[in-house]
Design a protein around this ligand. Sequence first.
Ligand code: AMP
Length: 565
Amino acid sequence: MTSFKDLGISDTILKAISELGFDKPTPVQDKVIPLMLKEQTDLVSLAQTGTGKTAAFGIPLIHWAKPSKRHTQGLVLCPTRELCIQVAKDITAFSKYIPKLSILSVYGGTRIDQQMNTLRKGVQIVVATPGRLKDLLNRKALDLSHINYVVFDEADEMLQMGFQDDLTEILSHTPKEKNTLLFSATMPKEVSMIAKRYMTNPIELTIGTKNAGAENVRHEYYLVHPRNRYLALKRIVDNSPDIYSIVFCRTRRETNDVAGKLINDGYNADALHGDLSQAQRDQVMGKFRSRNLQILVATDVAARGLDVHDLSHVINYNLPDETAAYTHRSGRTGRAGRKGTAIVILAANEQYKLRQIEKKIQKKFIKCLIPTGEQICNKQLIHLIDDVKKVAVNEEQISPLYDDIAANLAHLDRDELIKRFLSLEFNRFLEYYKNSTDLNVIDKPQQRSRRDRNKRDTYRDAHPKQKFTTFSLNVGRRQGIMPQGLIGKINEIQDVGRIKIGRIEILRNSATLEVESRYTSQILGAFQQSEINGKTVAIEIARTPSVKRKYKGKRKGGFKRKIRH
Ligand code: AMP
């Protein structure tokens, strides 16, 4: 087995990493470090966070850096402030015994003048977010013309966050002759484009399978009616008493909603989303990292900077639009040889999405049943008994009180005492699940016939007296909108009966939707400001309801003329 010494790392760096407890290289380190120490090359590596990729690029970076020269020699670009801080911290730790090597992280949301002052003194390695770096370049506070190392860390995330143009501009400030290293958890075509455009014959390293979910992750799904999503989540959580999990939602609103309900229902949960201030974000993330928080409800974007990868469960309250995002989510569990579970709470009309993900991760989802109230109560009871067996008793503190307590409980025999202590903890589960129902949805065949799929269109025709309202939305085919997505969103509206949906028409950049008029405010509320595939939705009541239907069967061209006057 290779040791760090075999990789050609200098003694000064060896000493530092051994103090960090790094005994042997991880697979990505084993491949990247010797290569980068030996030859000057461009490199593309598929590796997720948690694989040790920071040391894989960080060690060669400090190996080649010359502290005697003041100019900036290495640049690492990261998508988020948190990752930026983490990477700079790690590289600083690896270079603990290299005198006079200066490493600085620069990111937005903090004072730029302090960063400019430090840069003026000479910094050999800069770790930056693209936005702030561009700002510093515009202010001529940083010279990248002598750079010989550029690292794109989490390239897929950076591109997803829309940094493409910033990256192009930043690279235009760097010399032609340099090593460019790109690390990415997934390899969508945008990342391959970057590699093609800015790199010269890069060596491609794949650690594990391309775009594969982590080895130790079990992928499960639970089929529920959309309006039971939250109840299903509670049961899943209740059935895993030691859960340490991120619950991924699609929008800020959903995040707030789910976290609020969990907190109200007595769970140790909090929300992480874009509306929080940096101080609030830091506080929530700190609590979660130190496990003072068991459940974090988050959007993909908000969870990006959170360097927590040892989750017991990753729960997809709603699936992400992009398959790559699922890989990122599920990659936060099943690390360091431990087993992890990625869970999808799924509506019946979303099953096609699972097939797409299965193809990508090359793994099958396991269909699981939402546990019944009785199963959950049993699980909780066993867990409680286990806790009683394991709990450490502080004799010193208890002994002064013990005689009084024992006298107080003297009238209860052993059985009675056990029952009462258990009930104390356990009654809330018994009470809650007393009359619980089955939340599982019977699996229907997935491929419906075209006639079936069009049934929604004919509902209105069959009920001409029912009042329908037509809504128009500013999203369409180009934003990846499909009828089942819109129907799914409507079905998620809670505390109302079944909402009747009429005709749905999806155009290139817009869509129209007919829904029973009595649910107008709920529909507006559900869609307005929600996000679909990264686009904020605007919805309004269409002025000319169901235009197509009105003139259906009339002469060609009549439609245009009619609405003009
Ligand atoms: P990264 O993928 O760079 O974010 O690293 C994930 C975690 O693994 C960090 O906490 C590192 O400190 C740790 N780590 C990286 N390489 C090793 C190694 N060779 N041995 C033990 N821990 C490591």
